[in-house]
Unconditional design. Structure first.
Length: 127
């Protein structure tokens, strides 16, 4: 389509598309916890998975691997993930307030190392 964006990184080619309002709402709804904190990584993954229509990833037999959340996590280079998630967010016009909320405010259950603290025992506090 004319709104598709082709991005080449190393030996990989990705095609991103602009998606609809319903998808955008579903992504936003799935990326906010009960306290109103935005799950940044989840938002990046869902935005990318919804926007990514094709890539040139193949298995050992030469069969195309379909782009999906599971396959992004399994096969994609982390540097490509960072760049492509930025492109997907930009292409799908995340507005300034959404960018500021999602990028400037860490989730409350993360420590300074981006580790989940919900099940983490803190010495002297947990028994």
């Amino acid at each position: 389509m004319e709104d598709d964006k082709i991005i080449k990184l190393d030996d990989k080619e990705y095609v991103l598309r602009k998606f609809g309002i319903a998808e955008k709402i579903a992504i936003k709804d799935s990326c906010v916890d009960a306290l109103g904190n935005v799950k940044i990584g989840t938002m990046q993954l869902k935005m990318l998975a919804s926007s990514l229509v094709s890539w040139n990833y193949t298995d050992n037999n030469g069969n195309m691997i379909p782009p999906s959340e599971k396959n992004i996590l399994k096969y994609m280079n982390p540097d490509h993930f960072d760049r492509l998630s930025e492109e997907a967010i930009s292409l799908n016009e995340l507005n300034y307030a959404e960018k500021k909320t999602s990028l400037d405010r860490p989730a409350s259950n993360l420590d300074g190392l981006n580790e989940n603290t919900e099940n983490k025992k803190v010495e002297g506090l947990n028994k």
